[in-house]
Design a protein around this ligand. Structure first.
Ligand code: ACM
Length: 546
């Protein structure tokens, strides 16, 4: 058995030479003369491979009771496409085969997402305090099989064999997120499900949907139908000279969202909707010109002529505040998760500062300047969401002019905003451009598909640590975790999104899940080779390693 963080002791009954070989094999993450091993990503907190193997056969029984039965079904369904058969789900705990069970007594050791997994030649035992833990354990179990287990079509001639192993695992951070951007290029529901499947393999648990921006509004709002009807019909040439981008019409209906919420929840992933305000609101202003600053005459233009004329900035009049709160009312109805992201980034506040109506508004509200107006507007949304049991998240610009009382800060200008927010007692998700912007290039520009700019290599993602060392223990508890961003200006297809997301997402998953002391880039890269073969089998179009 192993003890402590990343320190392993050898199996009983081997001599010194055998022990050294075994330790080297474990440290190198590959099979030597010792036990068979498999590459696991993210790397478990504690993991020791033993001699021996377990072979899954057509008649290997799977057992789980109550909520564990739901997860047992997920295991069976995950393996069925590749195996070409369904393992039998049985009603009685079998002496041999796979056993899944929930045990609330493990909550202290494993938290809500951790699990224990033991594979020996006769039995596979998966235990957790909560269903999410079983689900994450199932992802590990899949990775213990040959990479063909991820195939979506039956694979003949493969022995479905797992090494004997003992794993005790739980995540380092509670927020392990990725962001996708259907506002810029619409993402069909099936592509989102494909993305969610790949996230689940890596134990991510938050998917932020950037649903609205200057370039598109992608969510049906029944009270304001023009938002989706007009706001989803920008073909880019309206905004960006040069064009050349794929047309990207489309929006999600309520039924689409209900299906997505369900699909993600089955995989223990919470959707975080982002409705941008007060800036990045151009599509809303195209649909409802009265929301904008100085938009006289805009409504008289045909919609396709309005896109370049909006400033993208809302005018925070009382009627606009009410409008956006009514939008949020429907967002709350659609998305059951606790967090609602309201954007808050990149507002050009000079537009307000120069506008006579906005100057009068600031005066009436007793506000010193546009930063205070920005903060005031965010506070209206914060109070509204808090009153409905939800939590506001915003990009770190919401620190300017004073942070709304309930706000969680997503720190993208480096780590400093997150540090300030944590010290002020606010929760934080670290999403710095320096380590988590997956819309950046990952190789020489002349050899890569188009990207927004920047440069973010795999190794740098792997070096990400959401926890700034200068925080005290109490402050550090406000760092919920981290998130990778796939902004969509240049990402128009499923394959391109996969290419930008993986394997950088593999690296991010390990920085967010695995203990700090278990991380080693050289060793990770070695594991990545066989891991990527699993992704290839799953039809994920990752970027090959250099
Ligand atoms: C951002 O990248 N504007 C949050």
């Amino acid at each position: 058995m192993h003890r402590g963080n990343g320190i392993v002791t050898g199996p009983r009954g081997v001599g010194l030479v055998g022990l050294v070989c075994w330790v080297v094999a474990v440290a190198c993450g590959r099979a030597g003369t010792g036990p068979m091993e498999r590459a696991l990503i993210p790397r478990p907190a504690h993991c020791v491979f033993h001699e021996g193997r377990h072979v899954l056969r057509r008649d290997t029984p799977v057992h789980g009771a109550g909520e564990a039965r739901t997860e047992a079904r997920q295991l069976i369904e995950a393996l069925a496409p590749a195996m070409g058969f369904r393992l039998p789900l049985v009603g009685q705990e079998p002496a041999e085969g796979i056993s899944l069970a929930l045990d609330g007594g493990l909550a202290e050791e494993l938290g809500g997402e951790g699990y224990r997994l033991r594979v020996d030649p006769r039995r596979i035992e998966l235990r957790a305090a909560r269903p999410a833990g079983l689900f994450h354990g199932i992802q590990t179990l899949r990775q213990l099989l040959p990479p063909e287990a991820f195939s979506r079509r039956p694979v003949a001639g493969v022995d479905w064999v797992l090494p004997c192993v003992e794993i005790i695992d739980r995540p380092r951070f509670a927020w392990r997120g990725l962001l996708v951007d259907p506002a810029r290029h619409f993402i069909p529901v099936e592509d989102l499900k494909h993305f969610i499947d790949a996230m689940a393999v890596h134990k991510f648990n938050r998917l932020q949907l950037h649903l609205t921006d200057n370039e598109g509004w992608r969510l049906e709002i029944r009270r304001y139908p023009r938002l989706a009807e007009l706001g989803s019909r920008n073909d880019w040439t309206h905004l960006w000279k040069g064009g050349g981008r794929t047309p990207c019409f489309g929006y999600y209906t309520r039924e689409d969202i209900a299906g997505l919420v369900r699909y993600a929840a089955e995989r223990h992933i919470t959707l975080v909707p982002e409705i941008e305000m007060p800036y990045h609101a151009g599509a809303a202003i195209v649909a409802y010109p009265e929301l904008g600053v100085n938009t006289a005459g805009l409504a008289d233009l045909p919609p396709e002529k309005r896109w370049r004329r909006t400033h993208g900035l809302l005018a925070p009049r009382e009627s606009t505040v009410r409008f956006m709160q009514e939008v949020l009312t429907e967002v709350i109805e659609m998305f059951p998760g606790p967090f609602i992201h309201i954007g808050g980034d990149e507002a050009n506040l000079r537009v307000w500062a120069r506008d006579a109506e906005m100057q009068a508004l600031m005066k009436r509200l007793g506000l010193e300047g546009p930063h205070e107006l920005h903060s005031w507007f965010i506070r209206q949304m914060d109070a509204f969401l808090a009153g409905r049991g939800r939590r506001l998240v915003g990009w770190d610009e919401i620190l300017q002019g004073g942070l709304a009382p309930g706000a969680t800060v997503m720190s993208w200008h480096g780590f400093a905003g997150g540090v300030t927010a944590a010290r002020a007692g606010h929760d934080v998700v670290m999403a710095p451009t320096s380590h988590t912007y997956f819309d950046y290039y990952q190789g020489p520009r002349d050899k890569e598909p188009p990207a927004i700019g920047g440069f973010l290599r795999l190794e740098r993602v792997y070096a990400f640590d959401p926890l700034p060392p200068e925080l005290t223990g109490a402050e550090a508890r406000h760092i919920l975790g981290g998130q990778g961003q796939l902004w969509g200006e240049y990402i128009a297809t499923r394959d391109h999104r996969d290419y930008m997301a993986w394997p950088r997402g593999c690296a991010l998953s390990e920085t967010l899940w695995s203990p700090r002391g278990r991380r080693d880039f050289t060793e990770f890269r070695r594991r990545l080779r066989s891991h990527l073969e699993g992704l290839r089998q799953a039809g994920v179009g990752f970027r090959p390693l250099d």
